[in-house]
Design a protein around this ligand. Structure first.
Ligand SMILES: [Mn+2]
Length: 297
């Protein structure tokens, strides 16, 4: 192939890849943060630790040290926290989502089951049957609903953020190194798929609270059965754990910030993967949770 044709071909290929919204450009570094659940103080601390400055207007400042970094929230930034902290969290994410994405996309949101469920409640989803159980769940698990119903301004911000949430993102550095990001663990056949079933699977897996006696590894056997000793990682949150849990290429980074443990992130830079975390700062009441360990064999 003549050189010009080859170049054109390469450019077109690159265009196709980068025009795929779900593909994260591998020229940047990614700070991938697990389930925030209203832990806004911890989110700010973690971002500060990762070279972001927070100015007096609560905006993240771009500096030479962080210009090449992007932020990905892995879903479930709402619910469980206090009203005050949930309000701060939604406002902070909304402000910075707009602010950081002005020049190029630097802030990505992944859909969690909590954003999905709260959206269904506040938009009166006709498929959501309202009965004693769903009303109880709304108060018990989805406390952001009542907050948004009280604060129309906040509801608007939440709806705008919800519209920006994607079910998954993928980072490909080379044929030997890639990272797939979803909120919940799910079988590999659903990863990066566009049909409704796959999308649902990436947002929520089988419920632990509905299967209290089942060990987690039995509840989602595919996650360790499909695990491989390679660097094609699948990073997810959703299953609150006392620390980062990794088995081969499967990694859970929901380290239970709202339950008084830590808020964690995975850092992807070229073909390296590292982790960081900050402790719960006791600026709101922590939740109660009995951990059911993942990869506990
Ligand atoms: Mn979740």
């Amino acid at each position: 192939m003549p050189l010009e044709a080859l170049l054109l071909n390469l450019m077109q290929q690159n265009e196709t890849l980068t025009s795929d919204k779900m593909l994260l450009p591998s020229t940047y570094e990614y700070i991938i943060i697990g389930d925030v659940h209203g832990c806004i103080d911890e989110l700010k601390s973690l971002l500060k630790k990762q070279d972001f400055l927070v100015d007096q207007n609560n905006l993240l400042t771009l500096t030479p040290k962080n210009r090449h970094k992007s932020i990905v929230l892995l879903g479930d930034f709402i619910d469980k926290g206090s009203d005050e902290k949930l309000t701060e969290t939604i406002e902070f994410i909304h402000n910075n989502y707009q602010h950081l994405n002005q020049e190029r996309k630097r802030f990505y949101l992944i859909l969690g089951n909590h954003e999905s469920m709260v959206y269904r409640y506040i938009t009166n989803d006709s498929n959501l049957i309202i009965n004693a159980k769903t009303i109880e769940n709304k108060e018990k698990y989805y406390n952001t609903v009542a907050l948004l119903e009280k604060k129309p301004h906040l509801k608007k911000l939440f709806l705008e953020l919800y519209a920006e949430c994607a079910t998954d993102y993928k980072y490909i550095y080379s044929k030997d190194f890639s990272v797939t990001l979803t909120h919940a663990p799910c079988p590999e056949k659903y990863l990066s798929q566009k049909d409704e079933t796959s999308k649902k699977k990436m947002v929520k897996c089988i419920s632990r609270s509905k299967n209290p006696k089942m060990p987690l590894d039995e509840l989602i056997p595919y996650i360790h059965e499909e695990a491989k000793e390679n660097q094609h990682y699948h990073i997810f949150g959703h299953l609150s754990q006392p620390n980062i849990r990794q088995y081969k290429n499967k990694i859970c980074i929901d380290t239970s910030a709202i339950y008084g443990d830590t808020l964690s992130c995975a850092i992807v830079k070229e073909d390296s993967l590292t982790f960081d975390s900050v402790p719960f700062e006791k600026k709101q009441k922590k939740g109660q949770q009995t951990y059911n360990l993942l990869f506990d064999f």
